[in-house]
Ligand binder design. Structure first.
Ligand code: TYD
Length: 209
């Protein structure tokens, strides 16, 4: 989004990889440097998105894979248009939990839909918008499952998928990062939160200068 004045950062990774912790730490640091930070997420970063989030995460029973992909894309279209673009136009930092890479990983690799079609669907929905930086918190499957189990909250529809699903998701994220090394920062999510936060700050600092 080079034509806008703001900076757009997305966080990606499997469930349980620590995205929320890192988003909290980064937001605190950015605010301390005098930046206005908009914390947001997909699905559910807008009012319409909240309704869609409820369907995709909590609907009891199956949702056809293509319908699921379209629901995430609909959430994205509305979110980018009503939340992300206006904030970037105001010169703010948008710090977002998940974006189109999640669709390519979960609906593409996870649900076994065509990755290029899923990416193009998202790009159409968002009128081609891509973040300045995408932080991928990569976590080994066993560790991710352990963290989710110990979180002691009920699994949503995606978290409840079997481990092969989550392995495919992880591999897809890593492949996406390898395809776009300039946009991605890949970090080992098993490292200490402070160490991860430090690596993130180093990269973000170079973006802001
Ligand atoms: P998230 O908000 O990270 O879940 P939680 O609040 O439980 O941490 O993400 C919700 C789920 O939606 C997550 O399992 C990944 C999935 N997802 C997709 O399958 N496709 C997408 O395009 C997005 C944005 C998320």
């Amino acid at each position: 989004m080079t034509s806008d004045r703001g900076v757009w950062i997305t966080l990606e990774g499997g469930d349980g990889s620590g995205k929320t912790t890192q988003a909290d730490l980064l937001a605190e640091w950015l605010t301390g440097t005098g930046r206005t930070v908009v914390r947001t997420r997909e699905p559910g970063g807008s009012e319409v998105g909240q309704l869609i989030r409820d369907i995709v995460l909590h609907h009891r029973g199956d949702i056809a894979p293509r319908a699921e992909a379209l629901l995430y894309a609909a959430d994205r279209a509305h979110h980018v248009s009503t939340v992300v673009r206006p904030a970037l136009a105001r010169g703010e930092v948008v710090l977002q939990d998940r974006y189109l890479d999640s669709s390519v990983a979960y609906q593409g690799a996870g649900r076994v839909l065509d990755a290029a079609e899923i990416r193009n669907l998202s790009l159409w929905a968002a009128e081609g918008a891509l973040p300045d930086l995408t932080i991928l918190l990569d976590l080994d499957q066993d560790e991710a499952r352990k963290r989710l189990d110990s979180a002691d909250k009920p699994f949503d529809r995606l978290e409840a998928e079997k481990s092969e699903f989550h392995s495919r998701v992880r591999e897809a994220f890593l492949a996406l990062a390898a395809d776009e090394p300039d946009r991605f920062l890949v970090l080992d999510a098993a490292a200490s939160p402070e160490r991860i936060a430090d690596s993130i700050r180093t990269r973000v600092r170079s973006l802001l200068d």
